[in-house]
Design a protein around this ligand. Structure first.
Ligand code: SAM
Length: 276
């Protein structure tokens, strides 16, 4: 039973403490843990990847339910605890910054269908974007994010928060806001309320680094036109202008005025896939 007392006693037992710069806020609310695991729908057929297991609040039960369980954790001080929680139950932990992790480090049989993470907030966006590029065949993502990030993920075109994360998560599948989590559910408490979200992934479509970089580049110079933003990342101005004309948009449109599907059409046009 993970509660505040239990988290503190595990930290003491293993001589650990939370490192703020690594976004370490450990879950200490059993009800929240159970609800997250319910959303992940892990069965004895499921291959799971967890990013940032920490002291194993989510891992402890998930590793027992899953067919394959791999976790990527940056902080090696958790190793003795994670050996007892994950490795003793047949899972594997890779000690690495997820942003430096390469999918070739996984066996074919370890490729995940489900990714779960109580995300370290300082690096939330790059991790979410990298998961999309790393695992194009995922079935589901279940994430704990901070409230401000939830607003960016669910933002609509034309709003201030609308950006690459809104566009890419929108195209990746069906996204849902599941429930909010108060600050007291973590040790130590973060500065903001958190929120659990899921993305049920659609299969197919392009999910690689180039596509993700394209959408990021489109928003790189937010106040400038799309043409200027993309040309500063190496795309030819005349090609972007032609792509916009092709989808009936003015040459001076800004990225934040475009719907997610517009980005797909522009990208296809720039890659010569128009009309295929
Ligand atoms: N899953 C645990 C829980 O729910 O209690 C811990 C969550 S804590 C918010 C974030 C975790 O991500 C920490 O264990 C932290 O060390 C780890 N982490 C931070 N940056 C990371 C990175 N770049 N790659 C992998 N893990 C990272």
């Amino acid at each position: 039973m993970m509660n505040k007392q239990e988290v503190l006693s595990i930290l003491e037992q293993y001589g650990l403490s939370a490192t703020k710069s690594l976004g370490q806020n450990f879950l200490c609310n059993e009800d929240v843990i159970e609800r997250i695991l319910d959303l992940a729908e892990i069965s004895d057929q499921t291959h799971v990847l967890e990013i940032g297991p920490g002291i194993g609040a989510l891992s402890e039960n998930a590793v027992k339910s899953a067919k394959k369980y791999v976790a990527v954790e940056i902080d090696t001080t958790f190793q003795p605890r994670l050996e007892a929680v994950i490795e003793a139950s047949g899972g594997r932990v890779i000690y690495k910054d997820y942003l430096a992790f390469d999918t070739s480090e996984l066996e074919e049989s370890e490729m995940p269908e489900v990714v779960i993470s109580n995300l370290p907030y300082y690096v939330m966006t790059p991790i979410m974007l990298k998961v999309m590029a790393d695992f194009p065949n995922l079935r589901k993502m279940v994430y704990m994010v901070e409230e401000e990030a939830e607003a960016r993920i669910f933002a609509k075109a034309g709003t201030k928060q609308y950006g690459p994360l809104s566009v890419l998560t929108d195209l990746r599948g069906k996204k849902s806001k599941c429930f909010t989590v108060d600050r007291g559910s973590f040790v130590p408490s973060p500065n903001t309320t958190s929120s659990v979200i899921t993305i049920e992934c659609e299969q197919g479509g392009r999910w690689d680094k180039e596509w993700i970089r394209f959408v990021e580049s489109a928003f790189a110079l937010r106040r400038k036109t799309l043409v200027n933003s993309l040309s500063s990342s190496g795309f030819k101005k005349e090609d972007v202008t032609a792509a916009l004309a092709g989808i009936g948009k003015p040459a001076n449109v800004r990225a934040e005025q475009l719907e997610p599907t517009d980005f797909v059409e522009i990208y296809d046009f720039l890659n010569g896939k128009d009309g295929e």
